[in-house]
Write a protein that binds this ligand. Structure first.
Ligand code: GAP
Length: 461
């Protein structure tokens, strides 16, 4: 049953809270400006995506290595990279209701209106407050980096920043990594971690927050390899969307960013955009950062950051191709993509009722299998608990549930996206078999108890 886009976000936010994927942060204190807690299932989903990424792009390749660098670095690094000077968004205030907006977002919204004349670029002078119609102030630039103080005094000398992207740490660590990896160009450095931005207009659930997680690769190449590497990484990103996240092609747009809109460090960027329930917006990015970062760090640090080819003696300052993935946005896209409402039979055999289901790819599902004894007492729970334990010992995330009608237990597992339920019923005592109920097809088949671990492992591989 197709879900109307305007309803999807409300359904998702409420499902995430009700079932324990994502809760409002600091809720007992009235919440805190767009911060979110990942609950028990949310954190499993997050770990599964992060691990799939690391396995595919770091452990699964010979040309990428991982690092983990600090959130707070020497502030000179952010001066050199240009972030202190230019990592800003244009901000306007409504003179009447005092709400704040990003000027570029207001201009984009105007250009997206149906009768917009493309010959006449949108002008902020023609735009009023979208909330109350009040006049807007002139735009002023607002730096997005969070400031903090390191040490006991909060003076200028101890001023530092929370990293606005994980990339910075990888450029600063480049010299040490270069010296130990024994690899020839091209090769990449990968990092997963939190980044912080004092966003002017956070919102749309976990889409734009002030604290979020990135999965980034800085792929170092000789300048003449940059174009080819860009195309290769674009293909890699497409394959990730299709094979790992199982996102439909029609829900993705690979948008070439016009030169005038490029970030201060980029010579070319393709934004990977997803049809989120609230509209098409950026999911990931791929940029050619040229030698912008290394040349600025080389100049500011006075260190030689060039790469020396041991065989040819060639000395180059590498260019960098940077594919970047937001982890929280991935979670939102995966939730939106796989949420479905269909119909399931009620306890009165012929009747049907709406069923909410998260059709996650099995390898991403927070719980892989639910073990459900039909009775609460007697032998059945014992068999079910033994099976649960056996699966846990094999590292499979499972849930044991003996309370409520079987139909209600299935519904609960459907809502958290568990691909398979294993029911232990009185027959199991005789034939030593269990019933597997498939989340998507809702079909049932019986297999031997001893074969369950192998059956799940086979499905997951
Ligand atoms: N190192 C390059 C870089 O940081 P970016 O496009 O600014 O590029 C990369 O960010 C990714 O991080 C985005 O594509 C998005 O997935 C995620 N991201 C950026 N800002 C975010 C925010 N405020 N909240 C959640 N995710 C964000």
């Amino acid at each position: 049953m197709p879900i109307k886009p305007e309803q999807k976000m409300d359904i998702l936010v409420s499902l995430c809270k009700r079932r324990g994927f994502i809760f409002p942060g600091s809720e007992i204190y009235g919440g805190f400006a767009n911060s979110w807690d990942y609950g028990p299932y949310g954190v499993e989903l997050k770990n599964n995506i992060r691990n799939a990424w690391w396995k595919r792009f770091v452990n699964g390749r010979d040309d990428v290595v991982g690092v983990d660098t600090p959130i707070i670095m020497n502030p000179k690094a952010w001066e050199a990279s240009g972030h202190i000077e230019t990592f800003s968004d244009p901000l306007v205030d409504c003179k009447k209701c005092k709400r704040r907006f990003r000027a570029d977002h207001l201009l984009e919204a105007k250009s997206a209106k149906p009768k917009y004349d493309k010959e006449k670029p949108a002008d902020l002078k023609d735009i009023v407050c979208p909330d109350c119609g009040g006049k807007l102030t002139e735009p002023r630039m607002f730096n997005l980096m969070f400031k903090t103080f390191v040490g006991v005094t909060d003076d200028k000398a101890s001023l530092a920043y929370l990293r606005p992207e994980t990339a910075g740490g990888m450029f600063v660590a480049w010299k040490n990594v270069r010296d130990v990896v024994r690899k020839r160009l091209p090769f990449g450095v990968a990092q997963v971690g939190k980044a912080f931005r004092n966003e002017i207009t956070p919102g749309n659930f976990i889409f734009r927050t002030r604290e979020f997680e990135q999965m980034e690769i800085e792929y170092f190449v000789k300048p003449d390899q940059a174009e080819e590497a860009f195309e290769v990484w674009l293909k890699e990103m497409k394959a990730w969307n299709k094979d790992v996240l199982e996102i439909k092609e029609k829900n993705l747009v690979y948008r070439e960013i016009p030169k005038k809109d490029l970030a201060h460090y980029s010579a070319r960027t393709v934004d990977v955009e997803y049809m989120f329930p609230f509209g098409q917006d950026e999911l990931y990015g791929l940029a050619n950062r040229t030698d912008h970062d290394l040349s600025r760090h080389q100049e500011a640090s006075g260190q030689d950051l060039t790469w020396h080819d041991p065989e040819t003696g060639e000395k180059v300052l590498p260019y960098v191709i940077e594919p970047t993935w937001g982890l929280d946005r991935t979670i939102l896209a995966v939730l939106a993509e796989h949420l479905d409402i269909d119909e399931a039979p009620t306890s009165k055999e012929k009747d049907k009722e709406p069923r909410t289901v998260l059709r996650f790819p099995a390898h991403l599902a927070p719980v892989k299998a639910a073990i459900l004894p039909l009775h609460k007492k007697g032998e059945l729970p014992k068999i079910a608990q033994k099976l649960t334990q056996k699966l846990r010992e094999r590292g499979i995330v499972v849930e044991y549930d003996e309370s409520g009608s079987i139909g209600k237990r299935y519904r609960r597992q459907d809502e958290i996206g568990t691909p398979w339920c294993f029911t232990v019923d009185p027959e199991s005592l005789k034939d030593k078999k269990v019933t597997i109920r498939d989340r998507d097809a809702m079909t049932q088949e019986r297999i031997a108890l001893v074969d369950v671990p192998e059956w799940i492992n086979e499905k997951l591989s």
